[in-house]
Ligand binder design. Structure first.
Ligand code: ADP
Ligand code: MG
Length: 274
């Protein structure tokens, strides 16, 4: 299926490519522990960039900085020319950076309810006008509902649109998280372990969904994932963290053979690069 260009785009023209997301020398400390140590990487417009590393490497911390939940001790995050560092989460979301959480948080309402929560951020009418049922509000609500339905279709949830999320399979719940984030019409999507806990069939389905989302919506994706098969299949570029430091960066093929990466993951020295 083909989706309309994202909100704000000029009708008839493809959506503008997303701006580059750049992370420069970001450091985060927790009471003596350096969770991120001067980490830098760039998510190129329209690419899938994977952030990988062993447990505790700092991946979720990095997501929390990007989405405004943590303020780094030093360093800069920029979306195009716009500094994101220090902005609160709702401002960052409104600028087009949306995230999913590693652990599912959604347990209430129907799929439609959850997706409409995502749409509310975009609602021009706002809550007061909606509560007062001002003219034009019903029309805008219908447009949001139509868009939520399209996003449900793109993410394989169309058949569950009016189903309470409490009745969904685990895989479908994770998909609701993804769809909710897409309802913000992001230009950059941050996915924290989108297939964690899924079986092989659900994993393959979600990989297909991420591919479709990127192709249809033309957005950039920053992907944190332990499933190396998925990372190798989806990513254009990979950044590897270990104990808060960036230890490698490159194409999936380069990363697969990188001695530092092999050492970090397997605890064995890699081949001498010389
Ligand atoms: P990953 O997502 O790569 O598994 P995290 O970013 O969750 O790693 O954690 C990186 C390090 O920072 C870990 O040592 C973790 O215990 C620590 N950490 C993460 N969040 C906090 C916090 N809010 N307070 C204290 N330490 C934290
Ligand atoms: Mg994590």
């Amino acid at each position: 299926m083909k989706l309309r260009p994202t909100a704000g785009a000029v009708p008839g023209l493809p959506p503008a490519p997303p701006p580059e997301l750049s992370v420069r020398d970001v450091t985060v400390r927790f009471a003596g522990l350096t969770a991120l140590d001067a980490v830098s990487f760039t998510v190129a417009p329209g690419s899938v960039h994977a952030l990988i590393g062993p447990n505790g490497a700092g991946k979720s911390t990095c997501f929390n900085v990007l989405s405004g939940l943590y303020r780094p001790a030093s360093g800069q995050v920029r979306l195009g020319d716009t500094p994101l560092t220090g902005l609160p989460p709702h401002r960052i979301a409104a600028l087009g950076v949306a995230r999913t959480f590693q652990n599912i948080v959604t347990t209430e309402g129907t799929v439609a309810d959850n997706l409409m929560l995502g749409r509310h951020v975009l609602s021009r009418a706002g809550f007061a006008a909606t509560a007062l049922r001002l003219p034009g509000v019903a029309r805008e609500q219908r447009a949001h509902l139509d868009r939520a339905r399209e996003i449900a279709e793109l993410t394989g949830l169309a058949g569950h649109f009016d189903t309470p999320v409490a009745l969904l399979s685990y895989g479908d719940c994770k998909r609701v998280e993804l769809a909710r984030a897409l309802c913000l019409e992001p230009r950059v999507l941050l996915l924290d372990e989108p297939v964690a806990g899924m079986n092989a069939a659900e994993r393959a389905r979600t990989a297909g969904t991420v591919d479709a989302v990127r192709a249809e919506l033309g957005l950039s994706v920053l992907l944190v994932e332990h499933d190396m098969g998925l990372v190798m299949r989806l990513a254009d570029e990979v950044t590897v963290l270990d104990f808060g430091r960036r230890i490698a960066h490159g194409s999936p093929d380069e990363i697969r053979r990188h001695p530092e990466v092999l050492r970090a993951y397997l605890g064995t020295p890699g081949e001498d690069p010389a």
